[in-house]
Design a protein around this ligand. Structure first.
Ligand code: ZN
Length: 138
């Protein structure tokens, strides 16, 4: 299936993230002064304002923080409605927005806050992969 949704263009700041996705790795920025992971990538740590940031390989595991069923969308996403957007509490810290995979958007009562999720990678374009999260447990 052709990926017909917006495709990101890596910048010097986000290149390590997209390079990791190509290799099936979820790379995350971590401050080397306060040791906290932050999402999204920034040049300055949002917790302690250090510029001493390094990339670590994340576990690719987390839990659902919150979710919402989307009934309207534009572009390529319009063909997938309804779908479920969510914020994922990463095991390493901070949160990542996603579209949940492996759930039925018609039965939101079956989706639980705190459920375990695992990242997976979908090819969007040549050398560009997008991380999505799939529910794998309670
Ligand atoms: Zn910091």
């Amino acid at each position: 299936m052709t990926y017909d949704k917006p495709v990101p263009t890596p910048s010097p700041l986000t290149k390590p993230f997209y390079d990791g996705l190509k290799e099936g790795k979820l790379m995350l920025p971590r401050c080397q002064d306060c040791n906290r992971v932050h999402w999204y990538p920034r040049y300055i740590c949002p917790f302690c304002h250090s510029i001493n940031i390094a990339w670590i390989q994340g576990s690719g595991e987390g839990r659902i923080h919150t979710f919402a069923v989307q009934h309207r969308a534009s572009g390529g996403w319009a063909k997938e409605v309804p779908f479920v957007t969510a914020f994922i509490d990463l095991n390493e810290g901070d949160r990542m927005a996603t579209v949940l995979r492996g759930i039925d958007p018609a039965v939101p009562s079956a989706i639980n806050i705190g459920s375990k999720v695992r990242v997976e990678f979908e090819k969007a374009a040549q050398d560009i992969y997008i991380p999505f999260w799939r529910v794998v447990g309670d």
